[in-house]
Design a protein around this ligand. Sequence first.
Ligand code: GSH
Length: 229
Amino acid sequence: MIKFYYHPSPNPAKVALFLEEAGLDYQTMPVDTRKGEQHHEDYLAINPNAKTPALTDGDAVLFDSTAILLYLARKSGKFGFEGTSATDAEGLSWLMFIATGIGPYCGQAVHFKHFAPEPKDYAVNRYSVEAERHWLLIEEKLRGKTFMIGDSYSIVDMSVWGWARAIPFIFGDNAWDQFPNVKRLLDTINGRPAAEKVNALAKQFTFKQEMDEDARAHMFPQNKRLLKS
Ligand SMILES: N[C@@H](CCC(=O)N[C@@H](CS)C(=O)NCC(=O)O)C(=O)O
């Protein structure tokens, strides 16, 4: 049985969506990152990077959402890009663009906008402008198209979905005016039964909501050095 190490945040959400779309059997293992469970010894043996998601499938141990999506696509034969066709090349390129562009830049944009101490104008500007530039590429890619790659729903759309849900938190309440095609894809996927199940999954567990001093210490352990200096 697949064990899926989960927190209701963008990168684990992509994997949850895949598991539900493919109808794979899995057991959810909640990891409460605001309580520091990502740093527990047992979890570090699965994901030495101390982040969610992770997944085990028998002897196979995976961390990083994109690696997990690629593995599950291969395992199920669904939603992936396993060959060397032009479509596979396009799919892999956009998948990695989301993994290395959208994810990290949106993550840092959120961090500096909502959680970093002042002064932070330079960092907020750098990450929010870069995140916006990345989203405008996705917006353009979706112009006149239902899905990101060809006419088929794929792990690229699932990756977009994971982060698109956070767009108002990243850019503010009017953000959708700038990204109507991304919003359309988000709504299309939200209308699928699998997305409803992912939303229900988040409600099955009680995760810590407060970003208090303790949560910040677990999630931003680098700040320890600032306190020493
Ligand atoms: N590249 C990794 C990034 C994972 C990541 O940053 N996960 C966040 C949730 S979206 C997390 O676990 N944060 C908790 C922490 O930083 O302590 C992936 O795609 O899985």
